[in-house]
Design a protein around this ligand. Structure first.
Ligand code: NAP
Length: 334
């Protein structure tokens, strides 16, 4: 089978190899991958900016989708021919994670999806909603679930709520389609008026250019009436202060990304005065992912795909992600 392996840090260290096809043992399933997608974490892992603790060679990328080609003895959750995606944390099934349940993630501590075949515990794959193509399904394990965990598990977003989304990337646009299907009104921030125009076509109710309206927090508070119910906090250092201004009393700030940095001084008073609810989001568990997939199926939600590359073009796909001109997800066919 064909597999892309990383032999040392650097995009130029990604090479295509021919390896023996694996076989499913008891309780395991063999997945034939058709598609993968890239996330900022993958870029950071590959270039050595996520952690120094990488065991080479590494099969990169956390997210992919494919077909169950074989099952081992005792498998009952899925059958041959089912379309599935592996989960981001293969051992985190439900509830709050114990340390051990989050110790293993796809494309870092265990091989990722940039290969023709992978073997997984049956508990670590989820059936794909029928309307989704393989590249669409490959967008969901990280970005889709992260948005779902923030909106549904943590913020309990419902009809009539207001959600603020930072940017127009994979997580934010997953957040846009999920929020609209949940019945919320949505405010989208972007650096680009063209992207905001497209976000409006995708259902955004209000758009703010964060480069021209740098104090967008009060503006979002005003649009929502008395503050937004939830923020998907993507920026980190450069955005958290505005997010805390934007929320209502008891509103939720879901801390997801760090596009503008990780360190900052913070004053506790706005948090206290507003009874703010700050949640660190680490993707999510399998049960939440299954619930999300059911919801995605019921509402026929399709991830927004910016560009699709071939397996040979993985480095270009990652460079394209890092440049930041995209909207939604960048995917790879396998
Ligand atoms: N915690 C988790 O479980 C988890 C899961 C997935 C991702 N993440 C993190 O979340 C972040 C986004 O991931 P992604 O997959 O959506 O990445 P992406 O597709 O590359 O999108 C990044 C987005 O960040 C936006 N952005 C950059 N600076 C901003 C600012 N100052 N204010 C508002 N928006 C800003 C950009 O908006 P415009 O281009 O529209 O200006 C862009 O759309 C990354 O830091 C990633 O590492 C965390």
């Amino acid at each position: 089978m064909q597999v892309v392996e990383l032999s040392a840090f650097g995009l130029d260290m990604l090479k295509l190899f021919d390896r023996e096809k694996p076989a499913a043992g008891p309780g395991e399933v063999l997945v034939r991958f058709e598609a993968a997608s890239v996330n900022p974490r993958d870029y950071q892992i590959i270039t050595g900016h996520f952690t120094p603790n990488v065991q080479f060679p590494l099969v990169p990328l956390s997210d992919g989708a494919g077909i169950v080609e074989a099952v081992g003895d005792g498998v009952s959750r899925v059958s041959i021919g089912d379309r599935v995606t592996p989960t981001f944390f293969p051992e985190w099934i439900s509830g709050e994670a114990l340390n051990a349940e989050r110790a293993v993630s796809s494309g870092l501590e265990t091989p990722g999806t940039l290969r023709e075949y992978g073997v997984y515990q049956e508990s670590a794959v989820v059936r794909v909603a029928p309307h989704l193509s393989a590249v669409e399904a490959a967008c969901l394990p990280c970005a889709g679930l992260t948005a779902w965990t923030a909106l549904v598990t943590m913020s309990q977003i419902t009809q009539g709520n207001t959600v603020l989304l930072q940017g127009t990337g994979g997580v934010a646009l997953a957040g846009l389609s999920l929020s609209k299907a949940l019945g919320a009104q949505v405010i989208v921030l972007s650096s680009s008026n063209d992207k905001l125009e497209r976000a409006r076509e995708l259902g955004a109710d209000h758009c703010i250019n964060y480069t021209t309206t740098t104090d967008w927090g009060p503006r979002a508070y005003e649009i929502a009436g008395h503050g937004v119910d939830a923020v998907l906090e993507i920026g980190g250092t450069g955005t958290l202060e505005n997010s805390l201004t934007a929320i209502r009393h008891g509103g939720h700030v879901n801390i997801i990304g760090y596009m503008t940095g990780v360190d900052m001084d913070i004053t506790v008073f706005p948090l206290i005065i507003k009874n703010a609810q700050l949640h660190g989001i680490g993707t999510g568990n399998r049960d939440a992912y299954e619930a999300m997939m059911k919801f995605v199926g019921e509402h026929e939600i399709r991830p927004v795909i910016s560009e699709t590359f071939s397996m040979n073009e993985t480095a270009t796909a990652l460079e394209t992600l890092a440049r930041g001109g995209h909207m939604g997800k960048i995917t790879i066919t396998i």
